[in-house]
Design a protein around this ligand. Structure first.
Ligand code: BTN
Length: 275
């Protein structure tokens, strides 16, 4: 192994002997793929075939990486971490909605632990570093028949690690760990920290909510800023005030009314290309 020395042991990308599954982990099986359309799609097929909670899929490249709201997620070979983890929480669809925010908090914790970086969260699922998008989260839920209970949730995380640049349409809004820090963090080390934190999140859901809420609120860079959002096809503006108990975004509208957003997306003034 050739690993550069660093205080957190997470530099260089050639440390193939990094232990990706944490000791005593519930992440019983890790499937590593050279190339896949989408790790989320691959894991959903395994989930339908009965794979246990904790199964994880990690790919070197995604040819059809997906983001929220039908967008694509650029996933070049050897540059990012493309990871999906299977959870089988015994909960309602409503409760499972919160897992996107829980995952964002877990990702920030992993980045802190592995890279010593304090990343932010743009509500609800974007991971932000120095005002640009470092990565994102796509959680997909499947229900157990019409029982009203969740069968499984696939929590997908994409992080830009070694990208030295982005295509023109992303150049102003996206970033990578390399671009922000000048350091070549090991993708395996980042993946190992993510698997460990997502594994822990699976064990702590839903009882550990207060801690995830506290960490989410502390990392959220949306609150206190002017935002723009689309409701019923129309564009609205407001000021993001806080994160409510269900990880919803509390907005103060121009007429003084309050609105709680449960899902969707907001543009934040001064962030990720929105002026
Ligand atoms: C977003 O930015 O809207 C979410 C991006 C999520 C990307 C990850 S990469 C691993 C997993 N597989 C996918 O196809 N998407 C998620």
């Amino acid at each position: 192994m050739t690993r550069d020395a660093s205080e957190n042991g997470a530099l260089s990308d050639s440390n193939s002997d990094i232990e990706l599954l944490p000791g005593g982990s519930r992440a019983r099986s890790l499937i590593r793929l050279e190339s896949v359309g989408s790790t989320n799609d691959h894991l959903k097929a395994l989930a339908r075939a009965g794979a246990p909670s904790g199964t994880a899929v990690l790919a070197d490249v995604q040819t059809a990486g997906r983001g929220r709201l039908g967008r694509s997620f650029l996933s070049p070979a050897g540059e990012g971490v493309y990871l999906s983890v299977l959870l089988r929480p015994d909960c309602s669809a409503e409760a499972a909605l919160q897992l996107t925010a829980w995952t964002a908090a877990a990702v920030c914790r992993a980045l802190e632990r592995c890279c010593g970086l304090s990343a932010g969260i743009k509500w609800v699922n974007d991971i932000i570093l120095n005002g640009r998008k470092l990565g994102g989260i796509l959680c997909e839920t499947s229900m157990r028949g019409d029982s009203g209970r969740v069968d499984y949730v696939v929590a997908g995380v994409g992080l830009n690690v070694l990208q030295g640049g982005f295509p023109p349409e992303l150049a102003l809004t996206a970033t990578s760990l390399l671009l922000e820090t000048g350091r070549r963090f090991s993708r395996d080390a980042v993946a190992a920290a993510l698997i460990s934190e997502l594994d822990r999140m699976g064990a702590e859901f839903p009882a550990g909510k207060e801690r995830y809420l506290r960490e989410y609120r502390a990392a959220c860079i949306t609150t206190g800023r002017d935002v723009c959002f689309v409701r019923d096809g129309e564009r609205h503006t407001g000021t993001a005030e806080s994160i409510d108990e269900d990880f919803g975004l509390v907005l103060r509208l121009p007429d003084g009314e309050r609105e709680h957003l449960r899902s969707g997306e907001v543009s934040v003034r001064g962030l990720c290309g929105y002026v």
